[in-house]
Ligand binder design. Structure first.
Ligand SMILES: [Zn+2]
Length: 245
């Protein structure tokens, strides 16, 4: 059977059998697909170098009779090497891969989210983007693109124009009366979330914010991801541990 070619990036990999790897490749026009890379766990294998997380290029895949395709070869054009040298950035992209997989699942093409992912890697690797800023922006944009756009114009509970807090579970702004227990937000925070979720991928990190604001956006963004997806991510715990160490 003819090989098929997928332009994409390895967002996760796991060990499989004796010296093999299963890759999650986020591809253009394909979404996230899983493929077996035979022998990739063995250092002498020609597949080893192209089976690492963050390898980006064109993968040649072939059906092998099972549920998963197998990787026949790859033409790698970038591996975002500077990220691999920074344990904090590496921990962050592992988490970003996890939440992206959670939102999209497999075989669900979304080139907008792929663009978001690649732009974020580019900014972290080559523009030395602030890691916390990149994280909050990614979380908020991923959620918005994945169908969880936060509602910010008025209280999602009663419709009041008074915006006092952000309710992570209800997915938007709430007033003082409805907002007991929600995360307080002022106009600057709401404006920042509005900018982040509304601009295009190329402008997404082009805004000024204090460190305090970035920390606050992180708190909201990661809480929002966790509440909406109803899931805790070990890779987030790991990232937070690394960040504080
Ligand atoms: Zn209300």
């Amino acid at each position: 059977m003819a090989n098929s070619f997928v332009k994409g990036i390895v967002i996760k990999q796991s060990a499989y059998g004796d010296g093999h790897r299963i890759l999650s490749i986020f591809g253009e026009g394909t979404g996230i697909i899983k493929a077996i890379s035979y022998g990739a766990g063995k250092s002498k294998s020609s597949n080893a170098a192209s089976s690492q997380v963050l390898c980006y290029g064109t993968f040649s895949l072939a059906a092998n009779g099972g549920r998963l395709m197998s990787v026949k070869g790859a033409d790698i054009t970038d591996s975002f090497y500077p990220i691999s040298c920074d344990i904090k950035k590496l921990a962050l992209v592992s988490y970003l891969g996890d939440i992206t997989y959670e939102i999209l699942g497999e075989n669900n093409a979304d080139d907008n989210i792929l663009g978001l992912y690649l732009n974020t890697l580019y900014a972290l690797a080559y523009r030395d983007a602030d890691i916390k800023k990149a994280k909050a922006v990614y979380e908020l944009r991923l959620m918005s693109m994945g169908g969880y756009m936060p509602a910010l114009d008025k209280c999602v509970e009663c419709g009041s124009d008074e915006v006092h807090a952000f309710d992570l579970l209800k997915g938007g702004a709430v007033c003082k009366v409805c907002g007991a227990g929600a995360v307080k937000v002022n106009k600057a925070v709401v404006d920042a979330i509005r900018y982040i979720t509304g601009c295009d991928n190329k402008r997404m990190l082009s805004f000024e914010a204090s460190e305090q604001m970035i920390d606050y956006l992180n708190k909201i963004a990661q809480g929002y991801v966790s509440a909406q997806l109803d899931k805790k991510f070990k890779s987030l715990d790991y990232y937070n541990t690394i960040l504080l160490s």
